[in-house]
Write a new protein. Structure first.
Length: 213
């Protein structure tokens, strides 16, 4: 594949109204934007029939956006995670307990760690949790907080149907987060220290987050 470099001042006569890159042969083709600190490219990954927008000058190394021949758009580096609990966890009745999520089903961009999601960039994030519970004795209330750096979303629920009640708590919110803002799930039960959140391979106790915009 031949290489043509356009000077920083551009082409004297400008670009033509129609420009074809490539010769229809089985080859990768690309346009490279040569920046001072960072290069970017738009190219055709011919073996996969994908149009790729990526970082750097080499096609196929760091793909930020991929469009396949059927129009599907994927973002391989976009922040997204799903984390599960691996074990049961008792919850304190006198103070909020940070819920431990420690089994990564996936963590694209590696933004989750130590039971905390950290926003890599400023944006709008969809954050959800589901908590399976056990030994939720009757009486009192259950409080679940989704705590971000600038907002706390609280759920309260009374427990009055009898001893050893089992139920789930689910919640989702679109959170306005700045870069390096964090999110955790915290729980308090008003009067019973034996209450807990279930964990294990079959549990639905999960945390998820993804960047929307």
């Amino acid at each position: 594949m031949s290489k043509t470099t356009i000077p920083s001042g551009g082409l004297g006569g400008g670009l033509p109204s129609s420009l074809t890159v490539g010769s229809a042969a089985a080859e990768d083709t690309k346009v490279v934007f040569d920046g001072n600190a960072q290069d970017y490219h738009i190219g055709l990954d011919d073996s996969a029939d994908d149009l790729v927008i990526g970082k750097g000058s080499a096609l196929g190394t760091t793909a930020n956006i991929i469009i396949d021949e059927n129009g599907h758009i994927t973002k391989p580096l976009q922040s997204a995670c799903l984390i599960q609990k691996s074990a049961n966890q008792n919850v304190d009745s006198t103070s909020l307990t940070v819920i431990s999520f420690d089994t990564e089903k996936f963590d694209q961009n590696a933004d989750f760690g130590s039971n905390t999601f950290t926003a890599p960039v400023t944006g709008k994030y969809l954050i959800t949790y589901c908590l399976d519970t056990f030994n939720a004795h009757s009486g009192g209330y259950l409080r679940v907080d989704l705590v971000t750096s600038n907002t706390t979303f609280q759920q309260y629920g009374t427990i009055d149907t009898g001893s050893n009640e089992y139920f789930s708590r689910e919640f989702s919110a679109v959170c306005d987060m700045d870069a390096s803002d964090t999110a955790q799930v915290k729980v308090l039960h008003s009067n019973d220290t034996s209450w807990g959140v279930s964990g294990g391979s079959a549990t639905a106790s999960t945390f998820s987050a993804c960047l929307l915009a």
